[in-house]
Design a protein around this ligand. Structure first.
Ligand code: DAH
Length: 342
């Protein structure tokens, strides 16, 4: 019977392994020694008995372990090499961060200023009924003033048979929330309503199919135009700068009487005249007025006991003036080159 010499096998294996030119070749050699050489040793071992069998068996197992370790060596080394290759002096990849949309940040600033003078911030539905959007706000049925606001109506089965509380539309302004709120809470009250509104308009640089408004409402005993002037003046001085001036001009809205437009002195040219204020020195920003008695009655508030003022302004327009943006559509285009500037 052939003498089994594990030491010799080990020497031959080491010799061959040294000659290997690649990891692949090394692997092949290891495999060959385990599957051929050692397997036949284990087969032969069956015919051997006594202490010899135990020593050879132990040596053969040790050799198998030794070869297996060599076989994994290549992989281990590779990983180590790869890890060593990391150059910690290279600048890291920066994490791309988004930024707050200019309309959102302006809305937040407005909310904070009003909250600081005791106004609650209230929400209302974007999908609204004709009742809240028009009727309750004293828009007379079939009156041309309804056409002032190009409305997106919702398709409904047998729409003509529905009541105005059931007829749906996308709200054209945030004013309906005035009535919704007064139905639930009795005066005295002070709220602002930031929110999105919709108009069925052809878009251009100053018109969008949706935009943002902030509505304001204060109702109580003996609330007057003087209170309104104080609040709106405070707001703009906080928002823009402390030297800003305010003026009221007569206007018309069905839900206020009297109604006015609020102009603020141009923050860009300081009333000297520029393209933003169209050389007038003033910018028209807010629609406002004293809440019409019919509106108070729609919300079951007694107009002989309470009075109030209301106002509405476009966030987009204020943001455009503030950042000198000449196209409202930029706010909604999602163009990163624009958004990254804020
Ligand atoms: N809702 C009006 C609009 O969208 C703006 C407005 C004007 C709101 C006068 C008011 C107000 O509360 O009193 O054009």
């Amino acid at each position: 019977m052939k003498e089994i010499n594990i030491g010799k096998i080990k020497d031959r294996f080491s010799q061959e392994l040294k000659g290997a030119k690649s990891d692949n070749e090394k692997k092949k050699i290891c495999k060959k020694y385990i599957e051929d050489e050692l397997s036949s040793v284990f087969v032969l071992l069956k015919n051997i008995s006594g202490p010899k069998r135990a020593t050879i068996g132990k040596d053969a197992n040790n050799l198998k372990q030794f070869i297996l370790e060599k076989m994994n060596d290549g992989g281990e080394k590779k990983r180590e090499e790869r890890e060593e290759m990391i150059d910690v002096t290279l600048p890291g990849e920066s994490v791309k961060r988004g930024s707050i949309h200019p309309l959102t940040s302006l809305q937040e600033r407005c909310k904070r200023i009003f909250a600081n003078c005791g106004f609650s911030i209230i929400d209302g539905p974007e999908l609204e009924s004709e009742w809240y959007n028009f009727d309750a706000l004293n828009f007379k049925q079939d009156h041309p003033v309804r056409e002032m606001q190009d409305t997106l109506f919702i398709k409904q089965k047998n729409r003509e048979k529905l009541s105005s509380k059931e007829k749906l539309l996308m709200r054209t302004h945030t004013s309906p929330v005035q009535v919704r709120y007064m139905e639930k809470r009795k005066p005295p009250l002070r709220i602002i309503v930031p929110g999105r509104v919709f108009r069925n308009e052809a878009t251009d640089s100053s018109h969008e199919i949706n935009f943002y408004q902030i509505e304001g409402l204060m109702v109580g005993k003996k609330i007057s135009v003087a209170n309104f002037k104080a609040v709106i003046g405070y707001f703009f001085r906080q928002l823009f700068d402390s030297n800003i001036e305010i003026r009221l001009r007569p206007s018309f809205f069905p839900f206020t009487e009297p109604s006015f437009e609020v102009d603020v002195s141009c923050t860009i040219c300081n009333k000297r005249g520029c393209s933003v204020c169209k050389q007038t020195g003033w910018i028209e920003i807010v629609g406002a007025g004293m809440v019409h008695p019919n509106v108070l009655e729609s919300a079951k508030v007694d107009p002989t006991k309470f009075t109030g003022f209301a106002f509405g302004m476009g966030i987009d327009r204020i943001a455009m003036i503030e950042h000198k943006i000449d196209d409202i559509r930029l706010f909604y285009g999602g163009d990163l080159r624009f958004l990254k500037q804020f």
